[in-house]
Design a protein around this ligand. Structure first.
Ligand code: ADP
Length: 501
């Protein structure tokens, strides 16, 4: 466990040494209040940068810029192919700056740099490249109508998809760059303009992305980026009367606040919220594959994934073998600073998360669960929590019912693939993702049909693709991210009917 942060290259050190400003109307500006806030390296607790603290006044300026850019700026007048080329160029720039962006992500979020490079940065670039293609492929329909109230008259009817307008986007800290890409890609390709509020824990990579956005040729005001706190900047954005739509990724509790705040002007809302995803290993599973998969499902990104496979159900005949296997894999995971090339798991993102997760670990112990491994925070400097597996759990325990957002697995055996198993797997307020492990793919497929989850992975986990829709049933959210499906979040459908003759 590190005691001080490794040095990074001089150009990044120089970038971090300056207070990082906000992006409003194509210019980098300090907050109107003049305030800044510190950003910390979660592996050491050291300050790494100061960032301008945007609040309601800055949000208002940014919304005005986005409105101008939408109504009369070049974005509205640009052809789809020009828009697509700019978004594609942004994807290229992300790849050109991959190493730098991965370094910032490791420093700010704590995740291993090699993981940030392979996953966060690569998928972010791919999201821009994929979404760039949609710019020229957004189509309406012609519709034959009966027009019963106007007998004998001919009409021509067609739908025209139009951008929804000014979009407020609020993102979390677990995949700071990737969440920005998931949000910005579809908004830009549909022709919307954006005010993006980044998470206060991890503003750095999205602010650097803002520089690349200008370099790619996105006109002033089309993307505005505000760093600041949820209760001030985030709340102001979700309540702003001139924002047409808000897209939010974060906790279910804050999702509810967003819905309430958006009621004033009834702005459209899409939400990607929490999860407590079941991962089911059948008796006929490839056990080694399932052990590797169950380990990655819950411990990837330190468990700080809304889709983490955090509830493991294993057939009783192989339960001990699978749990011991996952525990053995967990024991191999090397904790350390994200910039250390050997590190496989970094710290949690903040003191707040450390206190939350270790509090839940304590509740698990107190409520009688058995910690097969881990079970308490590492302590000392940085916010490190080791991989933890609880067995002997009951459905009412907090560690089973609540989203933990840390490297914590609860495992329970089952006897039959029956209604009771499906009911238990679906026994959650959430419905984001699920996993099924079996060599009988027909059986796995039929279980997949019965799970109330927006994504089901069979004999795999965490497989994301810009082309695949992702989102939740139940209290895991509204709408879908990525794929063609996400375009609906950013388009209005206009039906135009013309009388002929
Ligand atoms: P997490 O639990 O993952 O920290 P949150 O839901 O608290 O996630 O935060 C996700 C994003 O929502 C962050 O950008 C945060 O600043 C923002 N946020 C927090 N509270 C509010 C709020 N009341 N209104 C709008 N945004 C908020």
């Amino acid at each position: 466990i590190p005691t001080s942060r490794p040095k990074v290259c001089p150009s990044i050190e120089a970038w971090l040494a300056q207070p990082r400003p906000l992006l409003i109307d194509g210019k980098w500006v300090p907050a109107l209040s003049g305030k800044t806030f510190p950003v910390f390296d979660p592996a050491t607790g050291e300050k790494i940068a100061d960032v301008a603290e945007g609040d309601a006044a800055d949000i208002d300026l940014a919304v005005k810029a986005a409105r101008r850019a939408f109504e009369s700026g070049p974005w509205a007048r640009m052809t789809p192919s020009e828009r697509g080329r700019i978004i594609h160029k942004l994807g290229d720039l992300v790849l050109e700056h991959a190493d730098e962006l991965a370094t910032l992500e490791a420093l700010d979020n704590g995740k291993p740099k090699h993981v940030a490079r392979a996953a966060d940065v690569t998928l972010s670039a791919d999201m821009f490249h994929y979404m760039a293609g949609w710019a020229t492929k957004i189509e309406g329909k012609t519709i034959s109508i009966s027009a019963l109230a106007a007998p004998g008259v001919d009409f021509f009817s067609a739908t025209r998809p139009e951008p929804i307008g000014v979009v407020g986007q609020i993102i979390p800290w677990n995949f700071p760059l990737l969440m920005a890409a998931w949000k910005l890609g579809p908004a830009l390709t549909t022709g919307c303009t954006v005010v993006l509020k980044v998470a206060e824990e991890t503003p750095l990579s999205a602010l650097r992305l803002g520089e690349l956005i200008l370099e790619a040729g996105v006109p002033a005001g089309v993307v505005n980026i505000i760093a600041g706190f949820g209760e001030t900047a985030g709340a102001a954005l979700s309540a702003h009367p001139d924002v047409d739509k808000v897209a939010f990724t974060g906790s279910t509790d804050v999702g509810r606040l967003i819905v309430k705040a958006s009621a004033g002007n009834l702005k459209k809302v899409s939400l990607e919220l929490g999860g407590k995803s079941p991962n089911i290993v059948l008796a006929d599973a490839d056990v080694e594959l399932a052990i590797q998969g169950a380990t990655a499902a819950v411990f990837f990104n330190h468990g700080q994934c809304c889709n983490a496979g955090s509830r493991l159900f294993v057939h009783r005949s192989i339960f001990d073998r699978v749990v011991e296997g996952v525990a053995a894999e967990a024991a191999k995971i090397k904790l350390g600073h994200g910039l250390n090339p050997d590190t496989e798991m970094g710290p949690l993102v903040s003191q707040v998360q450390y206190d939350r997760v270790t509090g839940l670990l304590a509740s698990g112990r107190q409520q009688g669960a058995t910690a097969v491994c881990g079970g308490a925070g590492v302590g000392g400097q940085g916010y490190f929590v080791p991989p933890t597996i609880f067995t002997n759990t009951t459905p009412s325990m907090r560690v089973v019912a609540e989203e933990i957002f840390g490297p914590v697995l609860v495992a329970a055996p089952f006897d039959d693939v029956d209604d009771a198993l499906i009911a238990e797997a679906n026994n959650s307020i959430y419905g984001l993702a699920a996993g099924v492990w079996s060599t009988n793919t027909a059986k796995a497929q039929s279980i997949a049909h019965r799970l109330k989850a927006g994504t089901v992975w069979v004999n795999c986990y965490h497989i994301f693709d810009a082309a695949l829709p992702f989102g939740g049933y139940k209290q895991s959210g509204w709408g879908r991210e990525m794929g063609q499906a996400v375009l609906n979040n950013y388009l209005e459908t206009k039906a135009i009917t013309t009388r002929l003759g």
